[in-house]
Design a protein around this ligand. Structure first.
Ligand code: NAD
Ligand code: DAU
Length: 339
């Protein structure tokens, strides 16, 4: 089987994807992870495979042509997860987002072209379509990003499509909805609220809490990526949905109920600027290939709460010892006005 390069494989979805690939009946012959280990990257997420002869970890930046070129040696297929990913951080400053999500995607892709890589899967997001108040966005919908993060991801997608058209690089793109599950850095809604609740801190809910996301359990997303990697049409874009729309109040109540914590922990705070009201994708295309999410939101949320309860050391290390977590938390939440 193939040698797969997983860029950004020490992050949340990337590390789940490595676990998913190794768990397959016929795993790839080799998996190489290239990851810069930013604040969001965590090598311990991959500890299980460190001594596996089929696994190789390279600490490096996708923006560095040398690191990317070396990591690509002998590789058949690339799956690019590497990105700056937190919308709120992109509001304070977008330099890292543009550098990694646009320029980094270009550099990794250019090195892939030079090295004759057979297939390049760019992991993208439903946020590139912007807020979808009614109905759902299919793959032909216009790109209408609201945040600097989403705009950077849209830039990466356009570079990928241009490489397909101009250079014939075999590119496929997936655009997935909100993921949740094990190993998610505790700054996004679900892991932040679970770990805040477990430490009796307040849950800062933006605005009226009525914003809607379509939640997908991370393993389902990994299965969809694998399917597109194997069977996607060259140059194709594939939306991936969870079919589990919930607003933020529903998500928050779900977490508090599962953890048996009081609703009084909820603190409504000032809204996020340009906060997209709703994301929803039309995912008929990937469903026609046989993909169907297997985990309901209620099952997935219970599994996720359980994982964070059982892995306190993993997230306490970040929350209590990682200065970057503390810096951003203080900047973003301390003295945040109530709404
Ligand atoms: P994450 O922030 O948990 O992980 C990102 C990883 O990329 C980290 O390991 C980080 O160290 C690495 N990285 C960042 N910059 C790098 C660089 N310049 N060179 C090499 N490595 C670098 O992110 P995630 O939530 O796992 O998201 C992974 C991908 O999936 C992203 O491209 C994101 O846009 C996309 N996505 C995420 C979601 C979601 O809900 N989390 C949904 C749809 C799509
Ligand atoms: O839709 C896919 C995207 O989902 C991915 O591309 C992004 O990488 C990922 O971060 C996620 O973006 P969101 O902005 O939807 O996720 P986040 O967890 O930051 O926020 C989810 C919702 O919860 C959103 O409506 C904002 C709200 N929220 C979030 C935080 C962090 C709060 O109310 N309070 C908070 O403290």
């Amino acid at each position: 089987m193939r040698h797969v390069l997983v860029a950004g494989g020490a992050g949340f979805i990337g590390s789940n994807f490595v676990h998913y690939l190794f768990g397959k009946e016929t795993p790839p012959s080799r998996i190489t992870v290239l990851d810069k280990l930013t604040y969001a990257g965590n090598r311990s997420n991959l500890a299980k495979w460190e001594n596996d002869p089929g696994f190789c970890f390279i600490q490096g930046d996708i923006r560095d042509p040398k690191a990317s070129g070396e990591a690509l040696q002998g590789v058949d297929a690339v799956v690019n997860f590497a990105a700056e990913t937190h919308v709120d951080r992109s509001i304070y400053g977008a330099t890292d987002f543009i550098n990694t999500d646009v320029l980094g995607t270009y550099i990794l892709m250019e090195e892939a072209r030079k090295n004759g890589i057979k297939r390049f899967l760019q992991v993208s997001t439903d946020e590139v379509y912007g807020s979808i108040e009614q109905g759902s966005a299919n793959e032909e919908a216009p790109l209408n990003p609201s945040s600097p993060y989403a705009a950077s991801k849209a830039g990466g997608d356009l570079i990928a499509l241009a490489y397909h058209k101009t250079h014939g690089l075999d590119v496929v793109i997936t655009r997935c909805t909100n993921n949740y599950g094990p190993y998610q850095y505790p700054e996004k809604l679900i892991p932040l609220f679970i770990t805040n609740a477990l430490t009796e801190r307040s849950l800062p809910l933006y605005g009226d809490g009525g914003n809607v996301r379509d939640w997908i359990y991370v393993e389902d997303h990994c299965r969809a990526i694998d399917l597109v990697l194997e069977k996607g049409e060259s140059g194709g874009i594939y939306n991936v949905g969870g079919g589990q729309e919930r607003n933020n109040v529903q998500v928050t109540h779900g977490i508090l109920d599962l953890l048996e914590k009081p609703k009084s922990l909820i603190t409504p705070v000032k809204d996020r600027p340009a906060h997209d009201r709703r994301y929803a994708v039309d995912d008929k295309k990937i469903r026609a290939m046989g993909f169907k999410p297997s985990v309901t939101f209620e099952e997935g949320l219970a599994k996720t709460c359980h994982w964070y309860q059982e892995h306190r050391d993993w997230w306490l290390r970040i929350r209590e010892r990682d200065s970057e977590f503390k810096r951003f938390y203080e900047l973003h939440y301390n003295n945040r006005e109530t709404s």
